[in-house]
Design a protein around this ligand. Sequence first.
Ligand code: CA
Length: 379
Amino acid sequence: MKVTDVTCHILQSKVDRPFTSARGWLYGTRSSCVVEIATDEGITGFGECYGPAAVAKAVIDTQLKPRVIGRDPFDVEVVWEDLYNRIKDYGLAGMTISAISGIDIALWDIVGRAAGKPVHKLIGGAYRDEVVPYATGLYFIDMDRLIEEAVEEATDYARQGFRAIKMKIGLGDLKLDAARVAAVRRAIGPGVKLAVDANHCFSVPNAIRLGRMLEEHDVLWFEEPISPEDHDGYVEVTRALDVAVAGGENDFTRWGFRDIIARKAMDIVQPDLCAAGGFSECRKIATLASAFGVECVPHAWGSAIGLAATVQFLAALPDQPPALRPMPPMLEFEQTPNPLRDHLATTPIAQKGGVVKVPGGPGLGIEIDRKVLQQYKVA
Ligand code: CA
C-alpha cells in the first residue's frame, strides 16, 4: 500500500458564549487542522493536529507532505523518524510536532482499517473496553458570576452522570480560587472526583500556597500549576504538595518528556496525542513514564478525531499500577460547546452512565461525516 495524497482541512466553528481560562485570551471560535491521507488501495485515514490550524497545515503542506507521499502506511514509525529528522534542526517542539502527530494518527487509522482492527488492538491490545471520562469545563465566562456559574456547570455534569470533573482555576486571587473550588466541591459532594487546572498561571510559591489551600477539598490533581519550562519549579511544587501535580500538554516527544519523567517533576504526565507526536510517540512517552513510576493520563482538546485517538490510546494503556481494584487512566472529555467534537463523527463518542465505550470499529473506530467536514471547512 502507498500513500497517494495528504490533505489538510481547516475546520472552524463559532463559540456562542466565548470563554477564557487563566491564559487570558477569549475563545470566540474553535478550529482544528484535520489531516486526511489517501492511499492507492482506496483506504483513507484521518488525523488531527493540536494548536493553530493554519500553522499545522503550512508545516504539513510545505515540509512533511512530500516525504509521506509514496510511503507504505505500515511503515508508520519509519515515517515518523524520517519526518522528525527533517524538522529537528528548527522544530524540536511545538507546531512541527503537532503536524507530525496529525500524520501519525492518520497513518495508524489507515493501518487499522487495512487490518480490520481498532488501533488499540495494534498497539498492545485492550486493557479495557470502556474508559471513565472526566468533564473538562468550568471556564471563566461571566466574570460577575464566577462561583455561581461554576457550581451550576459542575452540578449539571454530575447530573449527566460524569464521575469526575476538571475545573479551571487561576483568577489572580488565591482566596477566590479556593472559595470557588470549595463551592464546587460542596455542590457535587464527595462522590465525584474533582481536578483543578491553572493553565500555568502561578509562581512556584503561589502554586504551593494555593495547593495547600485546596488539599482539604479532596482535589484529584493540580494541573499545570506553573510555567512548563520550569522543571526545577515543578520538582519543588510536586514535592511540597500532597495533592498530585500534573502537566505536559505543552511538552512534546520522548525527549521533551524525558527529563520531566526521570526527575519525577510531575506525578502525572499528560501528553496530547495530537501534539506530542501521535500514537507512535505517545506510546514511547507512556513507556518512559511507567519505567519511572509516573502516571500517564493523556490531555485531549480537539475534534472527534483527536478524541477518538485518545480513547484508542487509553484502551491500550496499562493500569497504573495493576491492582485488584485498579485506578485506570481517565479520558479528558472537554465539554464546552463544540460541533467539531460532537458532529464530525457519524456516531459521536458519548458519555453514558459515567463511562465512554471504546469504539470497536477499524482504525480510530469512528467514521467521518463528510457533510459536516465540508460545512465547517474554511480552508
Ligand atoms: Ca490543561
